[in-house]
Design a protein around this ligand. Structure first.
Ligand SMILES: C[S@@+](CC[C@H](N)C(=O)[O-])C[C@H]1O[C@@H](n2cnc3c(N)ncnc32)[C@H](O)[C@@H]1O
Length: 204
């Protein structure tokens, strides 16, 4: 989706994440991601495609003392307006650049990654996170929805998995957040499932 997203997509994502957080008992996905990355609190962090700024807020909640900036072409409060392909920062400005569930939405991923490397200090890290193929696999199977055929991906550095139990009511709710239609057969639920995030560390 070039240059932003409709407000309803953001609302759907927020509603879905809130439900997955409740079901897994974890703050999904920002809390789970930050737990795994275990960033030193003094690092300067840029969150590209920050959306509603939840990762920025979560770092503040964790008393992160380094600079934390979120950018998004459709910014919400606490996020600066900017695109991944033209970051408004000098070279070598940040220790960490994060792309959380963003890269697939970008029209020019190579340019975005080059920009991330440009604003990164020597020795800094670029982390890319995306939902993995096991994201809600059992729920989709119970709904009779074929999963997208697997794409060949480089090995992630981390695979973050949050087990959860999905009831028929949850399945209806989740389907709605995806704008999907399918019959929910209550006898096929509950299912044991998982929210999943794959995380890659870019080579310098
Ligand atoms: C699925 S949301 C993820 C938001 C947030 N990172 C999260 O994990 O909750 C994808 C985000 O990418 C943003 N986006 C779309 N095009 C972009 C671009 N060219 N540069 C930066 N962000 C972009 C959208 O506005 C949206 O906020």
């Amino acid at each position: 989706m070039a240059g932003g997203r409709p407000a309803s997509a953001s609302a759907h994502l927020g509603a879905r994440d809130a439900r997955l957080s409740r079901l897994s008992g974890k703050s999904w996905p920002e809390g789970v991601l930050l737990d795994a990355l275990d960033l030193s609190p003094t690092l300067d962090v840029l969150d590209v495609g920050a959306g509603d700024g939840r990762l920025v807020r979560e770092l503040a909640r964790r008393a992160h003392v380094g600079r934390v900036v979120g950018v998004d072409p459709t910014p919400e409060p606490g996020v600066q307006p900017a695109s991944a392909e033209a970051l408004p920062f000098p070279d070598a400005s940040f220790d960490v650049v994060l792309f959380a569930r963003v890269l697939a939405h970008l029209p020019d991923q190579a340019r975005a990654l080059a920009e991330a490397r440009r604003v990164l200090r020597p020795g800094g890290r670029v982390w890319v996170a995306a939902h993995g193929p096991a994201q809600l696999r059992a729920t989709w199977a119970a709904l009779g929805q074929p999963l997208a055929p697997g794409k060949t991906q480089p090995e992630p550095a981390l695979t973050l998995t949050c087990p959860l139990t999905v009831t028929a009511d949850d399945a209806r709710f989740l389907l709605d957040t995806y704008g999907e239609e399918a019959e929910v057969s209550p006898h096929l639920f509950s299912v044991q499932d998982a929210a999943q995030l794959l995380v890659w560390l870019l080579e310098p």
